[in-house]
Design a protein around this ligand. Structure first.
Ligand code: SF4
Length: 237
């Protein structure tokens, strides 16, 4: 059987390099260039005015709450706590009252600890390296990567489940794990980065959430039909 017809589970490292990586690179380039009128350009406030502090706060709030709900409350919270030092100085009951409408009361002590940590270790400036961000209480790998990517134009592509699912569909490599994906998939993510040939982090995230969406991907609106193995299977079914 020719190697491009191998079942995905039979792919060897060499097949990944020669057959799969070019598909991902081509898709990254196409996505970067594609105009996607069907993609909702969601003007979330932390994207319109993008600073590391606003992104830190937004990502912290978004861990447990839908983005449209956070968006409605966001500017009010920033006005009340405009920087890390004022966040750290805020009494916990004031923070609790601000986060109550988001259902995030329980995250108040963690947010307060995170602010104190940044104040103490980084003079109130949200750090830009993933390594340093991961030391901040309450910041996990997704949030650290998001702050580095959006706040500091870091090149790392988030190991987000929607992005991993898109790469899995594009290449036919199996997810293996429902949220973390497989090692093979995660190794392909840097090829999608803006620093290589890929789209902006926001465009990639929006594409994966709204077009190559979790259920019923909108293949009819997708510029990657010709290179996507999932679409090829749909067409031949
Ligand atoms: S063609 Fe469909 S499955 Fe493939 S990347 Fe586009 S939306 Fe996703």
């Amino acid at each position: 059987m020719p190697s491009d017809q191998l079942a995905p589970q039979e792919w060897r490292e060499e097949d990944i390099r020669t057959l799969v990586e070019p598909i991902v690179v081509a898709a990254a380039r196409q996505l970067r260039e594609a105009k996607l009128p069907d993609l909702q350009q969601e003007a979330f406030p932390w994207r319109v005015e993008r600073t590391p502090y606003r992104l830190f706060l937004a990502e912290f709030l978004l861990v447990r709450t839908r983005s449209d709900i956070v968006a409605r409350q966001f500017e009010g919270i920033v006005a009340q706590f405009p920087d890390v030092s004022q966040l750290a100085a805020a009494p916990e009951n004031a923070l609790a009252a601000a986060l109550e409408p988001l259902g995030l009361r329980k995250r108040v002590p963690l947010l307060s600890r995170a602010a104190h940590y940044i104040l103490e270790h980084h003079a109130g400036q949200v750090p830009g390296s993933i390594e340093e961000l991961l030391k901040v209480p309450g910041i996990g790998s997704y949030t650290a990567a998001a702050i580095a990517a959006f706040g500091y134009d870091g090149y790392e592509v988030l190991a987000d489940v929607n992005i991993l699912r898109f790469v899995s569909r594009l290449t036919s490599l199996p997810m293996n794990h429902p949220t973390k994906g497989s090692d093979q998939l995660r190794c392909l993510l840097p090829l999608l980065s803006q620093g290589q040939v890929g789209p902006s982090p926001e465009k990639l995230l929006d594409f994966c959430r709204l077009i190559c969406r979790p259920r019923r991907p909108r293949c009819e609106a997708c510029p990657l039909q010709d290179s996507c193995r999932y679409f090829a299977r749909l067409r031949s079914a």
